[in-house]
Design a protein around this ligand. Structure first.
Ligand code: GLN
Ligand code: ZN
Length: 755
């Protein structure tokens, strides 16, 4: 049977090959270009992405997957989900950016992580009802037809996922709101049908989360409303990041024309098709090239998969696509030639290369072409390090951890450290002034020598040690002036990591990150932080904390390998960090902080898998410091507040002191701590570093009093809620001064109670 596979692409990166959208946004916000100029550059970016997909030969190109800031914010604007505080005389365009970034009179909408990715979306705030203000998918379709000559598949996040990610409504109102919203989707879809659009994609990644029976029922009901009276228009529901939950019911009963499944994240969707089949009347959109990892697709495996799928479902037509939106990948490898190692380059694929892969696979399958040969395995072998392998096999997983119990250790530590009650400290970084950034950039370009640069960093360290002494903090830090980024800094010093020149991916709005690529076994060729920390310690009688990034965070903020499990990579990194911890201890450093800012980010979406992840993540962290002496104090830091469900694991990390962000949802956090009786050292952030506001002594005092209910005062540390690098000294100095005064007040009160 001759096959006729078609290719489809959705969620192609929006920021532009050279971050043109980012630059245009920043110029527009900064008043350097007009609104018209801004829109013109955004359109150029969008046009070029459409044209690229077209010229690659993609059969079904999506539209409406471009956005000026965030695609969830687009939907909020489309359906009139605009909080009252933004209802002013502004036009829609200004309101849109005000919701994202705040304005003089209204704070921005909350931003949070999109599923288990590093993308952040603007959380919809449902206050009153919905209204269809603007049919964006329709506009995008028209625009693409007129400007790129493409009959696109408009896409938008579906009502179920949209509502699941929104806040501001009561759980019991979920169905009612879902049905109301679905009716408006229906209205928009009818307009699309009338305009001659053939297919629309609704993205429903929330269907891979654990779903209750009631939720599945509501979903099906909602799609009955959404598709009501549609005749010609095809609706394709796209799921991704994991396997579809409630597979059997949803594929059979969801009243749509096609269902997209992710076959890259794991084998569960395939397993479900083997078990339950796939309904005849529906199109299967098979996500076969990864939207998330940077490794070339294995053609042999993929062609086998496609053959199995066509066989199992008795069909010759199949749509193949990316497994999830491509915007998690950098745009193109073209700019990396000469920058990345040639052999490594041969193993990689970014968004543009995914388009080529889809076309190649289509060609192989439809025209019965031979599989191209490659030597990938040979190259991969070269990136392995037998020494790392041996060390890894020596780990006794069931016995990772420190020899003495927390209570015993902590007492020894506090004696040696000679700290007052309520010790004060900071999270590590101090303001990165324009001068610091300029000097780092100059070093990178080779404009200044290593000696000059090191001397500059030392001067900065000296200044910040003096400053902290003057402010009166108890435990000092070196300020992290030598680091651009807490992961990149370590990745650059470790073997097994590579760095792109232009591998940017959107984190939110105009913010992009350039994750390192873990391509080989990780090891530490030499000391990474000891010089700076020892220098800082030499300048003061007070204790200086060593400052490292933890293995789980380094892993979660990098593109990682696919040929070995994440756990193994985390353990490799942990062994490297462990060596650094040992060297710091040997050099006389008494407190070492190992940041795990992204500890929670790698958590699988389905509950059944979370335990396994948390189990190895905790072990990886413990591995880094299991051999330190009882008197050496280990700190860690996490910067988010939704950790209620992982509190057990945080405790199991067995850090002597943990500092966490708590300023945004304080009440909730204190409640949790009251309940579980957390019995190790803890510093709940006493003020929010995300804004330039200076908190008063009073304010900080009341925060401390509030948390003192829940936490034993002998374990109570006082610190801001995250690093200070994005702040200026103008606000940082008075804020820290107030924090120290508030700590003093807390001590006085504690003494008064005692006497
Ligand atoms: N030590 C880091 C800093 O202070 C921690 C950053 C973070 O938590 N994201 O900047
Ligand atoms: Zn933080």
């Amino acid at each position: 049977m001759k096959k006729s596979v078609q290719t489809k692409c959705f969620g192609y990166p929006k920021i532009g090959e050279n971050r043109e959208l980012k630059k245009a946004l920043e110029n527009y916000w900064g008043g350097k270009i007009s609104k018209e100029e801004f829109i013109a550059s955004a359109r150029r970016v969008n046009l070029s992405r459409l044209e690229k997909q077209k010229s690659a030969g993609i059969d079904l190109v999506s539209s409406n997957d471009f956005s000026l800031y965030d695609f969830i914010l687009d939907l909020s604007a489309m359906f009139g989900v605009v909080p009252e505080r933004f209802s002013g005389p502004d036009d829609d365009f200004d309101t849109y950016f005000s919701m994202a970034r705040g304005n003089d009179s209204a704070v921005a909408c909350e931003m949070t992580k999109w599923f288990d990715t590093n993308y952040h979306y603007i959380v919809p705030e449902i206050n009153s009802g919905f209204e269809l203000r603007k049919n964006r998918p329709l506009e995008s379709h028209k625009w693409a037809r007129e400007n790129a000559g493409i009959d696109t598949v408009p896409c938008m996040v579906g009502p179920f996922t949209f509502l699941k990610l929104a806040k501001g409504y009561r759980e019991k109102d979920f169905n009612k709101l879902l049905f109301e919203l679905s009716a408006l989707y229906n209205k928009a879809l009818k307009e699309l049908e009338q305009a001659g659009v053939k297919t629309v994609q609704t993205d429903e990644p929330a269907l891979v989360l654990d779903l209750t029976g009631e939720e599945v029922d509501a979903l099906i009901e909602a799609y009955k409303i959404l598709t009501k009276d549609l005749k010609e228009l095809n609706i394709h529901v796209q799921t991704y990041y994991e396997s579809l939950s409630a597979y059997e019911t949803i594929v059979k009963e969801l009243p749509v024309d096609g269902i997209g499944l992710d076959f890259v994240s794991n084998g569960e969707n395939l397993e479900n098709i083997r078990k339950y089949g796939f309904p005849n009347g529906k199109k299967l959109i098979a996500g076969v090239v990864s939207g998330r990892d940077v490794w070339k697709t294995d053609y042999e495996e993929t062609v086998n998969l496609i053959n199995e799928l066509t066989g199992l479902t008795c069909r010759k037509d199949l749509i193949i696509s990316n497994s999830c939106p491509l915007f998690h990948l950098p745009v193109s490898l073209a700019n990396e030639k000469g920058r990345l190692d040639d052999e490594l380059l041969r193993l990689l694929a970014f968004a543009d290369e995914r388009l080529e892969e889809l076309e190649t696979i289509k060609d192989i399958v439809n025209n019965e072409k031979l599989l191209p040969q490659n030597n990938f395995e040979q190259i991969r072998q070269k990136f392995k390090n037998p020494k790392v392998f041996n060390e890894l096999s020596g780990i006794d997983e069931d016995n990772i951890g420190r020899a003495e119990k927390f209570n015993v250790r902590y007492q020894k530590q506090q004696e040696i450290l000679n700290l007052p009650l309520f010790p004060t400290t900071t999270i590590g970084s101090y303001p990165q002034t324009p001068e610091v950034r300029k000097t780092r950039a100059a070093r990178k370009k080779g404009e200044i020598s290593k000696q000059e640069y090191d001397a500059f960093i030392r001067t900065e360290i000296k200044k910040v040690i003096e400053l902290q002494e003057k402010i009166g903090l108890d435990v000092l830090v070196h300020g992290e002036f030598e680091r651009t980024d807490m992961v990149e800094h370590f990745a650059q010093k470790l073997d097994g990591f590579a760095f792109t020149g232009n591998g940017w991916v959107q984190s939110y709005g105009s913010r992009c990150v350039r994750p390192p690529i873990i391509y080989g076994d990780v090891s530490r060729p030499e000391k990474m932080t000891v010089d700076e920390i020892v220098y800082a310690q030499s300048l003061t009688q007070k204790t200086v904390k060593g400052m490292l990034t933890g293995p789980v965070t380094i892993l979660n903020w990098s593109f990682s390998r696919k040929d070995i499990p994440g756990k193994e990579i985390a353990f490799q990194i942990a062994l490297a960090i462990k060596q650094e911890v040992a060297d710091l201890e040997k050099a006389g450093i008494k407190i070492i902080q190992i940041d795990e800012a992204a500890f929670r980010e790698g958590m699988p979406l389905k509950q059944a898998k979370q335990k396994h992840y948390l189990d190895w993540a905790v072990k990886a962290f413990k591995l880094t410091n299991e051999d330190v002496k009882p008197k050496t104090q280990i700190h860690t830091h996490m910067c988010y507040s939704e950790f209620n469900e992982i509190l057990g694991s945080i405790h199991a990390m067995d850090a002597d002191v943990i500092s966490i962000e708590a300023s945004r949802s304080r009440g909730e956090i204190i409640e949790v701590f009251e309940k579980i009786n957390y019995d190790q050292g803890i510093g709940l952030g006493v003020y929010d570093i995300h804004s330039p506001r200076v908190p008063s002594v009073r304010e900080i005092e009341s925060v401390i009093d509030g948390s003192a209910r829940a936490i034993d005062r002998r374990l109570f540390w006082i610190n801001p809620d995250c690093g200070l690098k994005t702040r200026g000294y103008e606000e940082t100095v008075p804020a820290l001064e107030n924090m120290v005064l508030a700590a003093g007040r807390a001590r006085e009160k504690a003494m008064a109670v005692n006497s």
